[in-house]
Design a protein around this ligand. Structure first.
Ligand code: SAM
Length: 213
């Protein structure tokens, strides 16, 4: 997702530290202080416009959520949603999710969500895919033992790459779908990309897996 640079983004983020930070390393190991209640913490890397993380926070008030988005112009679209909703269990990070082990202490996170991550189709860019083993090693570090990873995509190539990557990493598969919207999945919360691609008739692939304890 590429949006035109919005000059107001940096100012808007700086004006709302109660909801969003650009310096997440300052809160490593202390994220629970950002929330009204100490509860299991789930994060989404690459939140885009934020529909998923906002709706998850609304649906599961007994959990805390952090959405991470690298592009300031996109991140402020989540911030604007949170300024309306003011959810006590949602916090936002505008930074590169490639640095997760600088942001979160070992075992600080209960679940990681990846939704419609950029596919980086060229082989020479494989290391940039958020399901590459280099990223899996980071997720494993910040996740609690047997921590969960959920991944959704409409991209068949990235889905197949991710299956192999998770398998080679020794992860345990808990759920797979080759067409999530044809399955009985009443709890599924759709992202903006998911809504767009499913309306175009693309099947949505899902993997739920966990790291071995
Ligand atoms: N998850 C959203 C959805 O499903 O509608 C957005 C999908 S969009 C294809 C991928 C998003 O991930 C973009 O907004 C992009 O800026 C963000 N992104 C890509 N790499 C990232 C990274 N290393 N850290 C944080 N966000 C990233």
């Amino acid at each position: 997702m590429r949006l035109r640079n919005k000059p107001r983004a940096a100012g808007e983020i700086a004006a709302n530290p109660q909801y969003m930070t650009t310096t997440p390393m300052d809160f490593k190991g202390q994220w629970q202080r950002k929330f009204a209640q100490k509860q299991p913490l789930s994060i989404e890397v690459g939140s885009g416009k934020g529909r998923f993380i906002v709706e998850m926070a609304k649906a599961y008030p007994e959990r805390n959520f952090i959405g991470i988005e690298i592009q300031p112009s996109v991140a402020i679209m989540i911030l604007e949603k949170q300024l309306v909703e003011q959810l006590p269990n949602l916090y936002l990070i505008q930074a590169d999710g490639g640095d997760l082990t600088d942001f979160f202490a070992a075992g600080e996170v209960a679940q990681v969500y990846l939704n419609f991550s950029d596919p980086w189709p060229k082989t020479r860019h494989a290391k940039r895919r958020l399901t590459h083993r280099l990223f899996l090693a980071m997720y494993q570090t910040i996740l609690q033992p047997a921590g969960q990873l959920q991944f959704k995509t409409d991209n068949r190539g990235l889905f197949e790459f991710s299956l192999i990557s998770f398998n080679q990493f020794g992860m345990q598969f808990n759920e797979l779908s080759l067409d999530l919207h044809a399955d009985d999945a009443p709890d599924n919360i759709e992202t903006e990309y998911e809504q767009r691609f499913s309306q175009m008739g693309h099947p949505i692939y899902l993997i739920q897996a966990q790291f071995k304890a």
